[in-house]
Write a protein that binds this ligand. Structure first.
Ligand SMILES: [Ca+2]
Ligand SMILES: [Ca+2]
Length: 216
């Protein structure tokens, strides 16, 4: 029988311990990716992670005249398709929210809301409105339904100053700290975008200025 020495024993013990840690982290991550919150139970109560469908990019100050060129990207970070029927996207500068029709967003997919007239397709939606998103400060709030309140809000971001439309709902829901805001873009034509669309902890630090945004 082969005798292992003490350094080999240490190696095997460490290998075992790190394997357990790796498997735990991997299974935990996939668990959250499925869209269940930390308090949810995969097999019984399905507590939906409010951040699964999220705002990932906002073009509020396109190069030159803004009319017809502003837009917002919505992303499904979860593992299952989500039907957006009844969802409402509320932005500064426009009195009534954009209401989604009977449209599904697949896992890992983006839907772009163009503040312009046009013909809708699966991932391109058009919102003809004369109201423009302010270039100095504003907010974008996504609700899973109306009325707009802290129970229905699922994502929020504001820029330029605090106190934006929907801030009270977002802070009430614990998905944004009242008064915090992403600095406005330094260069006209840049967008405000999540650094990583799969990592949104509802903090200012998740956002960056995106030069030469695409898709809008
Ligand atoms: Ca502009
Ligand atoms: Ca604007």
């Amino acid at each position: 029988m082969k005798i292992i020495n003490s350094s080999q024993k240490v190696f095997y013990v460490l290998f075992f311990v790190f394997s357990i840690i790796f498997l735990t982290v991997a299974s935990t991550n996939s668990y959250y990716q499925e869209g269940f919150s930390k308090s949810g139970n995969r097999f019984s109560s399905t507590v939906w992670n409010p951040g699964v469908v999220r705002i990932t990019e906002v073009l509020y100050n396109p190069a030159g005249t803004d009319a017809g060129k502003e837009g917002i990207k919505i992303y499904n970070a979860g593992g299952q398709a989500v039907n957006l029927s009844g969802y409402a996207l509320d932005v500064s500068g426009v009195s009534s929210p954009y209401l989604f029709g009977d449209v599904s967003i697949n896992p890992g997919k983006i839907i772009i809301i163009h503040k312009n007239s046009g013909t809708d397709s699966a991932n391109q939606k058009y919102w003809p409105t004369t109201g423009l998103m302010p270039n100095d400060s504003g907010s974008i709030a996504l609700y899973k339904g109306l009325p707009k309140n802290s129970s229905n809000i699922i994502d929020f971001v504001q820029y330029g100053s605090g106190g934006g439309k929907g801030e009270a709902h977002a802070s009430g829901a614990g998905i944004w700290a009242a008064g915090e805001y992403v600095p406005i873009i330094s260069t006209e034509g840049s967008s405000m975008a999540l650094k990583n669309k799969n990592n949104d902890t509802n903090k200012v630090g998740n956002w960056k200025e995106q030069t030469m945004p695409t898709g809008f």
